[in-house]
Write a protein that binds this ligand. Structure first.
Ligand code: SF4
Length: 429
């Protein structure tokens, strides 16, 4: 019986679930327990809703598959350990560091080994002090089933302490995968037919600072494109624009295989709110970054994470988040209604009433939808090189989805002209 994974949250979790599935299947096979019904739930804790969804899924799993062994891991297991440990449906808890190690999934030793919860002996949990972790283990997977592009984790953890965020307490401090390991991983993917890779992490622009021979995200991008000539496209997952290094700006200027799509962790458009969030950039920095990139790559496409209803946010301050959409020329918004996370400084600040938070999130999403519509309309008639995916879809260099004819094989490049759009995706001629 194959090990099943249920993944919540970010791309890093998606990749880690694939790694865990491989380790767990090997561990069960070695222990002669291949018929064991094992489900790994890889949780997220970024919002209260993420935790609620995971617990709901765990209860449903236990009801529908009474024989299944449910192992809970991820940032929820790391940060809300006691809550998950209190759930009778949960057989085991595995912390964010232990989850990536093969020995954690050595089923033969599961009953023998003494595990620990925050240092205390426990028969069913191994959740170590994530702040003590210093290394980012390289992943070795050829890609993810059904995915045209492969996510390659190059960095983990975060040294910042934004006042609304619990991620550092789930992922630990920033640590980078060695440049040579990243290049090996990407060469491995290209040898197996991979066409596109997305560099992913928690605070991607912090890449390389902790390495014995310090590096940067820009220098990593350069090294990858120089050392893996067979790689068709390289993408970046979310970046903190104020931390974009000079080498990255140079790579944006002259590396055509670095895709002109940038998802920015902006969070708000008002400087006082950004200060209360303990962000490192001001509104003007975000606008300046987008202008600088557009000067280098005129057809660059920008997305952003924005929080609606951060504590103390006034209507006037919110209006500056709304008009940041146009000021930066954003087209793909990820809107987060503010969600108080236990133990964060923002959770102790005077909150904005829930209905106002929801209303502001809806208005931001509406602004995003009309910005996307304008972006799509602007693409009609333009030629595009598209990487095809399953289901007759593909993506432009700017990561905009394109509907193609349904008989297209996945994973090939196609030159198309855009004939129209349906408000959400482009339609090729
Ligand atoms: S940069 Fe801020 S928001 Fe991002 S993971 Fe770090 S603490 Fe959280």
């Amino acid at each position: 019986m194959a090990v099943e994974t249920l993944t919540f949250g970010c791309r890093l979790n998606t990749v880690e679930s694939e790694v865990m599935r491989g380790h767990a299947e090997a561990g069960l096979a070695q222990a002669g327990l291949a018929d064991r019904d094992l489900v790994i739930v890889n949780t997220c804790t970024v919002t209260a809703e993420a935790g609620r969804q995971a617990r709901k899924a765990i209860r449903r799993l236990a009801r529908e598959r009474p024989g299944a062994e449910i192992v809970v891991t991820g940032c929820g297991a790391q940060v809300e350990t006691a809550d998950y440990a209190a759930m009778p449906e949960v057989a085991r808890l595995v912390g964010n560091d232990a989850k990536g190690r093969a020995e954690t999934w050595d089923a033969k030793a599961w009953d023998e080994k003494t595990w620990t919860i925050e240092g205390a002996p426990s028969s069913r949990a191994r959740v170590d002090d994530i702040m003590a972790v210093r290394e980012a283990a390289p992943t070795r997977i050829a890609g993810i089933a059904g995915h045209t592009r492969a996510f390659v984790p190059v960095q983990n953890g975060c040294d910042h302490r934004c006042t609304f965020c619990v991620i550092p307490f789930g992922r630990g401090n920033s640590r980078s995968v060695a440049v040579s390991d990243v290049i090996d991983q990407i060469a491995h993917i290209v040898e197996r037919g991979g066409r596109e890779v997305v560099l992913t992490g928690v605070d991607l622009t912090a890449y390389g600072r902790d390495l014995p021979a310090p590096s940067s995200l820009g220098r990593l991008v350069r090294a990858i494109l120089a050392r893996v000539p067979g790689l068709g496209r390289l993408r970046l997952s979310s970046i903190d624009s104020i931390e974009a290094d000079d080498a990255l700006m140079e790579a944006i200027a002259d590396e055509k295989r670095l895709m002109p799509h940038f998802h920015l962790s902006l969070q708000a458009g008002d400087d006082l709110i950004l200060k209360r969030m303990k962000r490192r950039h001001a509104r003007a920095d975000a606008i300046r970054f987008c202008e600088a990139v557009r000067a280098l790559r005129p057809h660059a496409v920008f997305g952003a994470d924005l929080i609606a209803g951060f504590p103390t946010e006034t209507e006037a301050q919110f209006a500056r988040s709304l008009d940041l959409v146009a000021a930066c020329g954003l087209t793909h918004l990820h809107v987060f209604p503010y969600s108080a996370r236990p133990g964060t400084p923002a959770a102790r600040m005077p909150p904005v009433p829930g209905e106002i938070v929801r209303d502001r999130a809806a208005r931001l999403r509406a602004a995003g939808a009309s910005a996307l519509e304008a972006h799509l309309a602007g693409e009609v008639g333009r030629p595009h090189r598209v990487l095809t995916e399953r289901g007759g879809m593909g993506r432009t260099e700017g990561f905009t989805p394109v509907r193609l004819s349904p008989d297209q094989p996945a994973g090939v490049f196609r030159d198309v002209t855009i004939a129209g759009h349906d408000g959400r995706v482009l339609i090729a001629a």
